[in-house]
Design a protein around this ligand. Structure first.
Ligand SMILES: [Zn+2]
Length: 142
């Protein structure tokens, strides 16, 4: 994915294929940005190294300075709402998954019932044809 490199930055392609610059850790990995949700540093962004070859290194660096007093007071409330919305989002996602499963089962049942209906229709046509033949024969012999 990496397309160029310097000593501390290199560009890479994100999941949409856009080339974006990334800061390099001393271990060679591109560091990732996260947002703190702790009471001490709510909303404050920081960099962490995902590590390379499955081993995470100890790189950590704050990106944002401490906010102003008003922001520091407001962010915990916003974080509470965010957590509530995320909880609701998780509930809705699980409900969507449940409904998808139910839909899948209903679709399976529909296919079975459709096949059974087709078979019954075929049998009823046979019975109708037999009845017509029998009635015709009866009328012909009379
Ligand atoms: Zn690293």
């Amino acid at each position: 994915m990496e397309s160029s490199s310097t000593s501390t930055f290199r560009s890479h392609r994100n999941e949409r294929g856009l080339e974006i610059p990334g800061r390099l850790c001393h271990c060679g990995s591109i560091v990732r940005m996260f947002t703190s949700r702790t009471q001490q540093n709510p909303g404050r962004r920081f960099l962490l190294c995902p590590g390379s070859c499955g081993e995470r290194c100890d790189f950590f660096e704050w990106v944002d300075q401490f906010g102003c007093d008003r922001a520091t007071m407001m962010i915990p409330g916003v974080m509470v709402h965010l957590n509530q919305f995320e909880g609701q989002h998780r509930l809705l996602e699980s409900e969507i998954n449940r409904l998808r499963e139910e839909n899948s089962h209903l679709l399976e049942s529909f296919v079975h019932l459709q096949a059974a209906n087709k078979a019954l229709l075929y049998k009823s046509k046979l019975v109708l044809i037999c009845a017509i033949v029998c009635l015709s024969a009866l009328v012909w012999y009379m």
